[in-house]
Design a protein around this ligand. Sequence first.
Ligand SMILES: [Zn+2]
Ligand SMILES: [Zn+2]
Length: 183
Amino acid sequence: MPFCPECHQEPDLGARCPLCGLFYRERRCPECGWEVFPRETFCGACGVELGSRALAQVHAPMLPAGIGRRVVATCFDLVVLVLITELLQVTLLPSPWVSVLIGGLLYYGTFQARGRQTLGQYVLRLTALTSERYPLKLAQSLLRSLLGALSWALVIPPLLALRDPQRRTPVDRLLKVQVYLTP
Ligand SMILES: [Zn+2]
Ligand SMILES: [Zn+2]
């Protein structure tokens, strides 16, 4: 039976726990593959001691998001980013470059942390998660946004995502992050 890795609640509907926002997981014996419960210490089938060795996999299958969807999401987000930049420029930060950098970091960094989505990602049902499908921590998400912005300044690195089988940019490969299509 799948369960939430945080509160151990069993699924009702959907792929995520409504309380914690985490994806449901299944735990299996590493020796025989038998499904075991969150708190079980020994495998019910072969009797082996599980400890932390029991494999937890995400219950619902999730696919890496394609490039097309991500480009459309980026177009939505650029509109939001222009508005944020304009707002920062007339209120706090007169320099346009500083406004773009701070606005971009705040928008992309905070909205993709903790399993949340940017507007474009929400519309196109995308979520950025770690390769084990845990939400990004705030610091991790801010770092990813900063490195992403730097790599876009060089133009070529983000385009390498086209050659990656899972469509990850070099920054996402480095930070072990994947943009998924949410079920
Ligand atoms: Zn939960
Ligand atoms: Zn077993």
